[in-house]
Design a protein around this ligand. Structure first.
Ligand code: 5GP
Length: 115
């Protein structure tokens, strides 16, 4: 039985979202509480609860996650100006949704270090 998460419900359309990209393996949609003018979540359809739970068999998926993020960043018009990819993990990492996702953030100058 596959695990259901907030993001599987968004991917299936049970919860509405503003999708910007979808293929067989990934879905990307706008964050409901954007931290910047562009803030999209890129989510593998396979439920991996957190990055530390990824297995050796996820090696290809993790590579394609980054390459797909590049494609989405290009599509969103932030490839040239620059952007940030973020994967939060666990309590101290500030992860709220236990389904691996990559934040794609851009559209303004971002500060460093993050809060
Ligand atoms: P995390 O903190 O787990 O790395 O990121 C979870 C993200 O999901 C947050 O930035 C939050 O704003 C976003 N989020 C939470 N609930 C929803 C929702 O129902 N729809 C969308 N589009 N984003 C959500």
């Amino acid at each position: 039985m596959s695990m259901e998460t907030l993001f599987t419900k968004i991917i299936s359309g049970a919860i509405p979202s503003d999708k910007v990209y979808e293929d067989d393996e990934f879905c990307a949609f706008k964050d409901i509480n954007p931290a910047a003018p562009v803030h999209v979540l890129l989510v593998p359809k396979k439920v991996i609860p957190e990055i530390g739970a990824a297995a050796e068999c996820d090696e290809g998926l993790l590579g394609r996650l980054l390459l797909t993020a590049n494609k989405v960043a290009e599509q969103l018009g932030i490839a040239e100006s620059g952007f940030r990819y973020i994967i939060n993990s666990g309590a101290h990492g500030g992860q709220e949704v236990p389904h691996l996702h990559l934040h794609i953030i851009g559209g303004r100058q971002l500060g460093w270090p993050p809060g």
